[in-house]
Every structure is written in structure tokens, then in C-alpha cells.
Design a protein around this ligand. Sequence first.
Ligand SMILES: [Mg+2]
Length: 129
Amino acid sequence: MEKKVALIVDDDIVNQKLLNTILSDLGYSTVIVDNGEEGVSCYRKKTKLDIILLDMHMPYLNGLDAVRIIRDIEIKENRKHIPVIAVTAFSMEGNKETCISAGCDDYISKPYEREIIIKMVNKYNYLTT
Ligand SMILES: [Mg+2]
């Protein structure tokens, strides 16, 4: 069976490695990029993707703008809905709502436990093919 693919969008190499390890352990192959612009570009190229883990604070294009563009492409090109999980260090109240209203399906705040990521990925696993 073809492996599922997770796109990891984060400018922090430590988070990249951590997410990569967790997703790999869950049986995903991963694509890792450093900012929202590269994340959108990867999505635009229709690279086979099953889930996106999206940091919010990044150079060039932040997570909120990136997910807005991704949802825009999704609608315009009538693409299948891809789960986008915000992974963010914001701790302001209402931040979850900000991420959700921008187009994220769910939200994880940093620092996070490995178990939280696993639960979240498994929660959206049914949406992926
Ligand atoms: Mg960041």
C-alpha cells in the first residue's frame, strides 16, 4: 500500500525533526518545508498530500495566510478537503478560533507532547486515502 504523506511546514528545525520522527513512526512519509510560501507551493503542485501540519509563526508567509491560500485553491480547483492542523506557540485566548476561522481543521499548541500529535493525526486519518 502506498504510504500516506504528511506535509510539515515549520521554520524551526527542532520542530521539523520532532514532527518528522512522530509522523514517520505513524507510517507516513514526510515532506518538510521551511515557510508558508513553500508550503503553499508544495500544495499547489498537487504533490500527493494527506495531512498538513502548519506552524503559524514563519517568515515570508505565515501559517494563517498559508491556510487561507490553500483553502482558496481547494475551492477554486474543487480539490478534496485536506486536514490542516495548526501547530503554534501562540497562547493568546481565542487563538484556536483564529486558526479555525482561517481554515485550519484543528489546533495544537507548543510545547506539545508526542501523544497529542499522534492523537491528532489519528483523529484525521479517516479523511485521508
Ligand atoms: Mg515558527
